[in-house]
Design a protein around this ligand. Sequence first.
Ligand SMILES: [Zn+2]
Length: 196
Amino acid sequence: MPDEPDGTELDGHHAMRLETGVALINALTGEYAHGRAKSPLGGHELVRAAADAIEGDGQVDLLAAERLRDLASRLREVIEALSRNEDDQAAGLLNRMLADSRARPVLHRHDERPWHLHFHSPEADLVQQWAAGLVVSVAAAFGAHIPHRVGLCAAPRCDQVYVDASQAQIKRYCGLACQNRVKAAAYRARVRRSDP
Ligand SMILES: [Zn+2]
C-alpha cells in the first residue's frame, strides 16, 4: 500500500466543527466528568447547554436541544466504538448518520464571506445543518493518517471526549484535571506498595 503523504491537514472548517462536536457531546451526554457523576440536563438547562455548545444563543428551543442531544449521543457511540478499536462498527454508524443527515456538498456564499463548502441543503433547519456538518467532519477525521483524532478520556469516572490534533497522537485524557488525577492515583499506589 502506498504511504500517505506526510502532513495531511484537516481542513480548517472540519477542525473547528470537531471542536464544536466535542463541546456538544461533553455538554449534553455522558455520565461522568473529571471523576464526578453528571446530572442529566432537562428543560431550560438543556437548552442553555446546547446553545452554548454551538454558540447559537437564542436559536435553540427545547425540541432543537433534544434533537442536538440525540445527535451528540450518536456521535458519542462512534467515538466510543473507535476508542475500543471497533473501526468497522464506527464506520457503519457514521455511514448511517451520513445517510440520515442527507449531507451533500454545496458551495455557499453569505455575509460577504468567500465561497466555502457546506454539507447541508439551503432549506435545512439548524439541527439538520449541524448534523450534516458534524457527521462529515467526524467522517473526514476518521482516516488513520489525519492528525485529528477524537478520543474518549481514559481516566476512571470520566467519559468526556477530546480532539487530539498532535502529530504524535498520544493524548489520552480530556484535560489536565484528569491527567493529574490519574498521576496522583498512580503515585499513591506506588507509595502504598513501597510502604509495607
Ligand atoms: Zn477526563
